[in-house]
Design a protein around this ligand. Structure first.
Ligand code: GTP
Length: 386
C-alpha cells in the first residue's frame, strides 16, 4: 500500500513545480492572454495546502485541517477564476462574492468542527466538487474545442467526481478513519488530488499554448488593419475551394470589390480616416457574408470575396447587398464600392477566375462606379483599370 502522507507531500511538490512552469511560461506570453497569473497562484496555494495536510498530527488541527482545507478551496477557486479570465468571461460579482463566502465559511466550519472528521470531509467535499464541476462546465462550454480543453475539462470532471464520492461516503466511514488511514477511498482521493493538481496544471499549460498558436495563426492569416484574410490566406482558401467545387461539381463565385476614388478620401480627410473607412467597409461586408464565404484583402482598397456553392444569380444578389450595405456610416466620409462578379468555369485556375472578376470590376468602374458588373464571357488578358 502506498504511504498516503507521501502522496500528499508529492501533491505539494507537483503543485510547486507546475506553478514554476506556468510562471516562466507566463513571462514569454503576450499580456493579451489573461488568467495565467491565477493559474500560477492556484498550484502554489495547493502546494501550501498539501504541506499543511502532510503535517497532520505534527502541527495543531486548526492549521493541518482548518487552514489546509481553506487553502485547498482557495486553490480550486483561483484555478476557476483563472479559467474564467482566460476564456474572457470574468467571474460576475455575485459568483466572486459566493466564492469568498464559501472560503470564509470553510475557515469558520473547520475551526468549529476540526475534530469531526466525517462532517469536515462532507462539507469540504461538497464545496470542492461543486467548484470543480463549475470549473469543468466553464471549460466544456467553450464554443471552440481542442485537445487541451477536452483534456482539462475531463480531468476536472473526474477529480470532482472522486471528491464528491469521498464526501458522501465520509459520514459512513469508521469513526477512527482519517486522511492518512490506508483505506481505498482515502487513497483514491489523495491520488486524485495529486494527479488532479498535476493534470489540471498541464491542461492550463496546454490551453495557453493552444491559445498562443491560434493567436499567431490569426496574425499570419488575417490583415492587421481590417481583419479580412491576408492575400496569402485568401489564395490558400481559394485554391482549396476551387478544388472542392470541381470535385463536387458545385459552383464557386468570386467577387472583386474596390472602393471608388479612395485616394480622394485619403487626400481630403487623411490616411487615418481612410483606414477607418476600410475597417468599416470590411465589418459591414462580414455582416453580409455568411459562412463558408470569406473575404480577403487583395491589396490596398481592393478585396476579394469567395462564395462557395454560389451561382451567378446568387453571387450578383450578394454583391448588390454588399454594395448597398457599404459606406452607410454617417460619421465617415461618403464613399461607394464597385464590384466585379465571376463564377468558376470547368478548367479555371484561381488566377483566371480572379482575373475575370477583375474584368467585371473594370466594367463596373467604366460604367460610372458604385455598381455591380458581371465578368465578360470571353477569356482574355485582364483589362487595365483607370
Ligand atoms: N488609408 C489607407 N489608404 C490606403 C491603404 N492601402 C492603400 N491605400 C490607398 O488607396 C488609394 C488607392 O488609390 P487608387 O488605386 O488610385 O484608386 P482609387 O482612388 O480608389 O480610384 P478608383 O479605384 O479608380 O476608383 C491610394 O491612395 C493608396 O494610398 C490603407 O491601408 N489605408
Amino acid at each position: 500500500m502506498l504511504e498516503l502522507r507521501t502522496i500528499s507531500g508529492v501533491t505539494g511538490v507537483m503543485g510547486c513545480l507546475m506553478a514554476l512552469v506556468m510562471f516562466f511560461q507566463r513571462r514569454s506570453y503576450p499580456p493579451t492572454i489573461h488568467g495565467l497569473g491565477h493559474w500560477t497562484a492556484a498550484p502554489l496555494l495547493a502546494f501550501a495546502s498539501a504541506v499543511l495536510f502532510t503535517l497532520r498530527g505534527v502541527v495543531p488541527a486548526l492549521l493541518s485541517a482548518g487552514l489546509a482545507n481553506a487553502l485547498l478551496f482557495a486553490a480550486a477557486a483561483t484555478f476557476l477564476a483563472g479559467s474564467c479570465r482566460f476564456f474572457g468571461q470574468p467571474l460576475p460579482a455575485r459568483a466572486t462574492a459566493l466564492l469568498w463566502l464559501a472560503g470564509a465559511a470553510t475557515l469558520v466550519f473547520m475551526s468549529l468542527f476540526s475534530g469531526h472528521y466525517g462532517w469536515r470531509v462532507l462539507f469540504m467535499g461538497l464545496l470542492l466538487s461543486g467548484v470543480g464541476a463549475w470549473h469543468a462546465a466553464v471549460v466544456w462550454r467553450q464554443p471552440v474545442h481542442s485537445f487541451a480543453t477536452r483534456f482539462t475539462g475531463t480531468v476536472l470532471a473526474i477529480s470532482s467526481t472522486i471528491t464528491l464520492a469521498r464526501a458522501v461516503s465520509a459520514p459512513f466511514a469508521p469513526p477512527q478513519e482519517g486522511l492518512f488511514t490506508p483505506a481505498p477511498m482515502q487513497m483514491m482521493y489523495l491520488l486524485g488530488l495529486a494527479f488532479g493538481t498535476l493534470l489540471t496544471s498541464i491542461g492550463t499549460v496546454l490551453m495557453a499554448a493552444e491559445h498562443l498558436r491560434r493567436e499567431l495563426e490569426r496574425l499570419i492569416t488575417h490583415d492587421s488593419l481590417t481583419g479580412a484574410l491576408t492575400r496569402r490566406a485568401l489564395f490558400t482558401t481559394g485554391e482549396a475551394e476551387l478544388a472542392r467545387a470541381r470535385r463536387q461539381g458545385r459552383p464557386l463565385a468570386v467577387l472583386m470589390l474596390d472602393l471608388d476614388h479612395f485616394k480622394q478620401i485619403n487626400d481630403a480627410h487623411g490616411h487615418r480616416v481612410g483606414d477607418r473607412v476600410l475597417v468599416d467597409f470590411v465589418a459591414r461586408a462580414h455582416a453580409v457574408l455568411r459562412r463558408p464565404a470569406v473575404l480577403g484583402r487583395y491589396g490596398g482598397e481592393e478585396f476579394v470575396a469567395l462564395l462557395p456553392d454560389t451561382d451567378m444569380g446568387q453571387a450578383l444578389a450578394v454583391a448588390e447587398r454588399l454594395r448597398t450595405s457599404a459606406c452607410v456610416d454617417a460619421h465617415l466620409p461618403p464613399c461607394s464600392v464597385s464590384i466585379g462578379v465571376a463564377t468558376a468555369l470547368p478548367q479555371d485556375t484561381l488566377d483566371a477566375l480572379i482575373n475575370r472578376a477583375d474584368a467585371g470590376l473594370y466594367e463596373a468602374k467604366a460604367q460610372g462606379r458604385n455598381r455591380v458588373a458581371q465578368a465578360p464571357a470571353a477569356d482574355g488578358p485582364p483589362p487595365r483599370r483607370h
